[in-house]
Write a protein that binds this ligand. Structure first.
Ligand code: NAD
Length: 261
């Protein structure tokens, strides 16, 4: 073991900078807060300007440093400009949490191509645009870490309700993660993903209202519960940390054993 490896300091992110997309709510907000609490300077990208600002105000109230950017991840020019502006401000971009995502849960026979495309634009093209924009700084600096947000729905066929565009994009994110990890490994840029189970955020509020759905999910999950935001934040921090410095191209399920069955 080298003297430079200090387990107690693995989750110290002082000196690091991070961009969190979809950081205005839910999982992204939790990760942005956690990274800032751990010392990172954080850029919160969200197309909801008020939500991005609110996350930054929470972080600042906790003594952290964060800046809101109104960014739609599907708009290349907005992403490029915000990434450049944050880089100009802090000098380097070390971490990208590629988290913004949407779902249009509709029976496949009734799903319009326009709705299919909307989900692809955010969940897949947005992930590509943001990864590439961050890597334009990470590759030349020969360091960086990207964590994409997949889902257990990218690793299974679902079954509880139809969600074909979501499942397709999250499956694509798993393989995009592998491919980018291989392409950028020589530049020491690590690319991983997480695949959460259902997480109690606004994203699944309409589902939680469905009769018996929570009970059915619990029955299908060995740990017998849905995830909370902090259940997902810890694994993301792990993937960003030096504890994971030999891990790239991996998708980490955060699923209470759902996929293990
Ligand atoms: P959320 O709806 O609570 O938050 C998503 C955030 O992304 C919002 O602040 C929203 O304004 C922002 N956003 C949406 N479209 C955007 C765009 N085009 N550009 C910029 N920002 C945009 O959702 P969440 O539950 O925190 O989900 C975050 C990620 O986790 C998503 O990729 C989602 O697919 C994934 N995920 C969620 C769950 C779950 O059950 N909640 C499970 C597995 C994976």
């Amino acid at each position: 073991m080298t003297a430079s490896f200090q387990p107690a300091r693995v989750f110290d992110f002082h000196g690091k900078t991070a961009v969190v997309t979809g950081g205005g709510n839910g999982i992204g907000q939790g990760v942005a807060q956690a990274l800032a609490l751990a010392g990172a300077k954080v850029a919160v990208f969200d197309h909801d300007a008020q939500a991005a600002k609110a996350t930054c105000e929470r972080i600042q109230a906790q003594g952290g440093e964060a800046w809101p950017y109104t960014v739609d991840v599907t708009q290349e020019a907005q992403v490029t400009a915000a990434m450049q502006s944050f880089h100009d401000h802090v000098g380097h971009i070390d971490i990208l949490i590629n988290n913004a995502g949407i779902a249009i849960r509709r029976a496949t026979l009734e799903l319009s191509v326009a709705d299919w495309q909307k989900v692809l634009d955010v969940n897949l093209t947005g992930v590509f645009i943001c990864a590439r924009a961050a890597a334009r700084f990470m590759v030349p600096q020969q360091s960086g870490c990207i964590v994409n947000t997949a889902s257990i729905m990218g690793l299974s066929g679902g079954g509880l309700y139809p969600n074909i565009s979501y499942q397709s994009t999250k499956g694509a994110v798993v393989n995009l993660t592998r491919a980018l990890a291989v392409e950028w490994a020589s530049a020491k840029v690590r690319v991983n993903a997480i695949a959460p189970t259902w997480v109690r955020t606004d994203f699944i509020k309409p589902l939680l209202a469905q009769e018996n759905l929570v009970q059915r999910i619990e029955a299908m999950t060995p740990l017998a519960r849905l995830a909370d935001t902090e259940d997902v934040v810890g694994p993301i921090l792990f993937l960003c940390s030096d504890a994971a410095k030999m891990i790239t191209g991996h998708t980490l399920p955060v699923d209470g054993g759902f996929l293990a069955q």
